[in-house]
Design a binder for this molecule. Structure first.
Ligand SMILES: [Zn+2]
Length: 258
């Protein structure tokens, strides 16, 4: 199994990362993409990817972490980071219309385009973060700015939104959100997700699955997500494990572990 999106680069893992890495191997979560949200966390993701064979970095500026004042330098830093051989994707980047920041819609769209341009130039896939921004994202996609290869991480939408993003050729990464009782609409969508478009993620330390909600999540939480998906697809956990591993391997161009 591959955790397509986690934040082992954040301080929540400072004291026991080595324990987590051992537990991952024991539980069969063999690789993970460590995702940056700003310059510093992207740098840390690169360091971890350089140190551990089974970790890979994604570098990017999350929409709530962007500082307008330093953006031109930050964009240059991003380009340097994405050039690193340890970087397998640009992300997480996207649109966030929750109340956590003060960028305008136009600014967010502009910074998103800037980062997609880096991905296009350096031929890397993109990881999208969308929060309360599904409709705006469809409009953005229609305008023709999407990169060739991209994934919507932590999918949070209904069946009709899913169909629309599939039409744009996007991959979809499912998280612990599909294990929460209130999210029947996401489960209904996930049931229809074509198997060759699916990835599994934890977004750890966030979004601990099912009964673990509220505790610190880690990449082994991917197993709960895969188990739920197996139920929705009416198939075996083994099948979900295999197909999503192949999908993530191809998408991020990872070493073959099948
Ligand atoms: Zn994330």
């Amino acid at each position: 199994m591959i955790d397509s999106h986690c934040h082992l680069n954040l301080s929540q893992f400072d004291t026991d990362l080595s324990v987590i890495l051992v537990r991952m191997q024991e539980k069969g979560v063999r690789q993970a993409i460590v995702v940056g949200v700003d310059g510093k966390s992207s740098e840390r993701a690169l360091k971890l990817a350089a140190k551990y064979d089974n970790l890979f970095a994604a570098c990017g500026f999350h929409p709530t972490e962007i500082q307008t004042k330093t953006w031109s330098q930050d964009l240059l830093l991003l380009e340097r980071q994405v050039l690193s051989t340890d970087c397998v994707a640009v992300g997480e980047v996207g649109l966030d219309f929750s109340n956590e920041h003060n960028l305008s819609v136009d600014e967010q769209l502009n910074y998103l385009k800037n980062q997609i341009d880096v991905a296009k130039k350096l031929n890397k896939p993109v990881i999208f973060h969308l929060r309360r921004a599904n409709d705006a994202f469809i409009e953005f996609a229609k305008s023709g700015h999407l990169p060739k290869k991209a994934v919507v991480h932590c999918f949070e939408g209904d069946h009709s939104f899913l169909k629309r993003i599939l039409d744009f050729g996007l991959m979809v990464s499912l998280s612990g959100l599909i294990t929460y009782p209130k999210n029947q609409f996401i489960r209904e969508a996930a049931a229809f997700l074509p198997h060759d478009r699916a990835m599994i993620e934890t977004d750890s330390p966030f979004l601990a699955p099912g009964n673990l909600r509220g505790t610190r999540n880690d990449p082994t939480g991917a197993i709960y997500v895969a188990t739920e998906l197996a139920k929705l697809w009416q198939t075996s956990l083994d099948h979900v494990d295999k197909i999503t591993t192949i999908n993530s391997m191809k998408f991020f161009n990872l070493p073959d572990i099948i």
